[in-house]
Design a protein around this ligand. Structure first.
Ligand code: TTP
Length: 191
């Protein structure tokens, strides 16, 4: 058993998803360059950034993730300003898109394990008034694609196919499977 789990993330969502299950965590935000490389495909991009975040933090067992919204092959990360959030929401309006989360689990002195989970989202058509209102709430500003399915942005999501926790930032079932692979105790493991 590799020891205490370190979550290399500043995301309150990732922390809550794991802590609500009763997993003990040490949280250490990781700083990684989140720019997409020229010609880098979306799946490779989220996998690489998750691995870079996991490598940026020291620990016996380090978990990190990166979430991006992909529409027609274009990657939308977190908006850099309210105007950028408006632009992303105009792009997503009425469009089906994909949300990808790359997850990386790094065991000190051992191999790195990674996976990418994809969920499909059908987004409502948004009016200018809806976009202005939503951006003014501030919710979009730290979210990939400028919306939060778990928050007010849920009002714009018509349909989701695939993992919901993946959209919120961490595919929980798949992450627990990775932890089980390295022998980390799960909430339902006996003493
Ligand atoms: C699409 C979507 C994204 N998000 C969030 C999940 C992620 O926190 C964020 C994407 O940004 P990330 O860069 O993946 O993560 P982060 O900067 O919040 O945290 P860290 O890098 O320290 O781990 O968008 C939602 O909360 N709800 C949603 O519906």
């Amino acid at each position: 058993m590799p020891g205490i789990l370190t979550l290399a993330s500043a995301s309150p969502r990732r922390r809550e998803l794991l802590e609500s299950l009763g997993l003990a965590l040490e949280v250490r935000p990781a700083h990684a360059d989140e720019r997409q490389l020229p010609g880098e495909a979306a799946r490779a991009y989220v996998a690489r950034v998750a691995a870079e975040k996991a490598r940026a933090v020291d620990g016996a067992l380090v978990l990190a993730a990166d979430t991006a919204v992909v529409v027609d092959g274009a990657v939308l990360g977190k908006p850099t300003s309210p105007e950028d959030a408006r632009r992303m929401l105009r792009t997503l309006s009425g469009r089906d898109h994909e949300v990808l989360t790359g997850v990386c689990l790094r065991v000190r002195g051992g191999p790195e394990r990674g996976l990418v989970v994809s969920s499909a989202v059908r987004f409502a058509r948004l009016s200018v008034a809806q976009i202005d209102w939503y951006v003014a709430t501030g919710e979009p500003l730290d979210k990939a694609g400028a919306y939060a399915v778990q928050g007010l942005g849920g009002a714009f999501v018509r349909e989701v196919e695939g993992s919901v926790t993946n959209i919120v930032g961490l595919p929980v079932a798949e992450t627990l499977a990775l932890l089980a692979e390295v022998g980390h105790p799960l909430p339902w493991s006996g003493p």
